[in-house]
Design a protein around this ligand. Sequence first.
Ligand code: GLN
Length: 575
Amino acid sequence: MKKPTKRSISKKTVSQKRSHKYIFVIGGVMSGVGKGIAVSSIGTLLTAKGYKVNLVKVDPYLNVDAGTMHPTEHGEVFVLNSGLETDQDMGNYERFLGHDLASDDYMTSGMIYKHVIEKERSLGYAGKCVDAEQIRDEIVHRLEHAAKVNKSDISIIEIGGTIGDYQNVMFMEAARVFKMYHPADVAFMMVSYLPTPGNLGEMKSKPTQNAARQLASYGINADFIIARASSPIDKKRKEKIASACSISVERVISAPDIKSIYDVPVNFEKDYLAEQVLEVLSLPKTRTDKSFKAWIKMAKGIKNHLHKEIHIGVVGKYFNTGDFILSDAYLSVLEAIKFSAYAVGVKAVIHTVNSRDFEVKNPDYSSLGQYTGIIVPGGFGETGIEGKLNVIRYAREKKIPYFGLCYGMQLMTIEYARNALGLDGAQTAEINPKAPHLIIDFMPDQKKKIAEGKYGGTMRLGLYPTKLSTGTVSYLAYEKSGRLGHSNIIQERHRHRYEVNPKYVERLEKGGLVFSGKSPDGSLMEIAELPHGTGLGQHPFFLGTQFHPEFLARPLSPHPLFTAFMKAAKNRSIS
Ligand code: GLN
């Protein structure tokens, strides 16, 4: 037998010592208290401790994926490299971890049930009675698989919903048996809430104590309690919770409301949360990586009030239910703006622009003058479209930096065709397939899918390559970012059914619109832009992408196109 070298011996010992670890995060008391951000932040901290972490979101709803849900229903639909349409929490996970996640890191009840039922239909259970147990075991299997696929050291699993929801019982049960199968490798964390009723003025810990007891009734005992509250929780309450949950006081972590979500890991670090987690999981305590310094700097910089404010108008249609809905529907876009604003040394103030306000006869454009940049993000359907087209025209003619994302790119192409090329009736097939000039048409394979009513997961989804033309605005932006690959190829995430109609490309190009990014075979227009400048047919920044750059914007690696847009917006505000 070959004698093992020193190196292989030490490698073996490390892997023997480290079986894969799992942290389940469960919500107590109520939803909407930032469970996803808590999960993401623990991910940031454990990554900074040198561990490879994957974050898993488990959503109890029966939709097979998030793609068929309206953003006002469930917030932004976030797309992974693989093309899976997921919950917006996955976006936060990726932004806090700084790396891409896999399809295996996301599951819904619908996905699990569909799989189990299809397996049963094809005799996959060999005649057995199939019931809730198979659902539970499928969840367990998927969680174990996700850990393998990612080759990570630690999986952090967020169970959607709150303790006591009947919708997530299967997942709670899966978490319970998980501990049974991997007794030394599982930790439980409950993210709870301590209300301070106005008339009392005192923070109450009883709901959290009750939630911990309810959790125990599922056979799960919390190892940590993240105590969310409007202010830091004091020693007395920590002690009460600790004794109700049979944990030490140090494992009750104070998590007061703070302005920026990027401060949450910094706050947790103050309570030595990561070190305590490593202790519970019997993992070696390592030093905090230098990269965490960059995180702290970014978290500070993002809220720097001394920075010059610039005003960005985001034109959408999901505003009538209030700002809360807006920020959820366009979450990744707003975060991407924030990162790039920080990168160019400004503070972005976001204004919601309701496209319907510009659909009237002779719209009043005066409000748009206050913006130093305008964004039209992705969208679907007919509502507010003429208003968006009017805003885009205004931005082009008044030379206000404009950035179009997906639908925003398709609309800027239609606007250009109508008003710069004089193609009256230029339109997208999404609104009127019989329009005289279908500037935006179905992608070749999409018509059939729609005709057959196959909507779920059938768009052009996920990562695809784009080849950039040298010297263009896009090229120059990517060139400096380190994201430009071999042969000027970039990779970006997509989610669309329609595309720039190839029949009109030549006319549009002759008319001055530059398609600076195309699919490598040249057939699909991925980026449209006007040449940079102040002269005729030029613009300080008029650019749209068929893909969604916002999905790959990260706090420590802002997206180059957002940064180029913010730079143009900053320059406008100075002049
Ligand atoms: N509705 C357009 C399409 O399907 C744009 C989609 C989007 O903005 N994500 O092509």
